[in-house]
Design a protein around this ligand. Structure first.
Ligand code: HEC
Length: 132
């Protein structure tokens, strides 16, 4: 306590760094939400996907099921979301690393990323057949 009294700026400095800190945090999360594509509503799993899963699941590296590939995902989705999340958290031999290499991600963030993959792999709604 005595140290605070000796430095009259201690309190206001502490407050300032909290304000600056939260501005930085806000800036970060906004950055994640406004990724290219311009869609106003971003999926909560997209930021994690773009940062960690993208490098394998976009090109289909080492047999990774490609994002948005309905046929590659169908048999995996059929196993159930719970198993897909378990493979994500624990990894799946030989080439899917535990936590998709995002060791700082919470299980919840990983589950959003799994939902994002599942959502983009849904069969497209039936298109009206062109008249023949
Ligand atoms: C280093 C490359 C790599 C990264 C990074 C990666 N994956 Fe994968 N993932 C794979 C491969 C390869 C497979 C296919 C594994 C198999 O079936 O042998 C796979 C499979 C999966 C599956 C299907 C699991 C199953 O049970 O069929 C899910 C879900 C998945 N990944 C989610 C993710 C998520 C979410 C992330 C990011 C947090 C991620 N992956 C990051 C390579 C990767």
């Amino acid at each position: 306590m005595k140290r605070f009294r000796l430095n009259p700026f201690a309190n206001s400095f502490g407050l300032a760094s909290i304000v600056v800190g939260s501005l930085l945090l806000t800036g970060c999360s906004q950055g994640g939400d406004t990724v290219a594509g311009g869609s106003a509503v971003s999926h909560p799993g997209k930021a994690v996907y773009d940062d960690y899963c993208y490098s394998c699941h976009n090109p289909g590296l080492n047999g990774a099921p490609r994002i948005g590939d309905v046929d590659e995902w169908r048999p995996r989705i059929a196993k159930g979301r719970g198993l897909l999340l378990a493979s994500t958290v624990n990894g799946l031999a030989p080439a899917m690393p535990a936590r998709g290499l995002c060791y700082s991600c919470t299980d919840e963030e990983l589950s959003h990323a799994v939902d994002y993959l599942i959502e983009l792999a849904q069969p497209k709604p039936a298109q009206p057949k062109p008249a023949q």
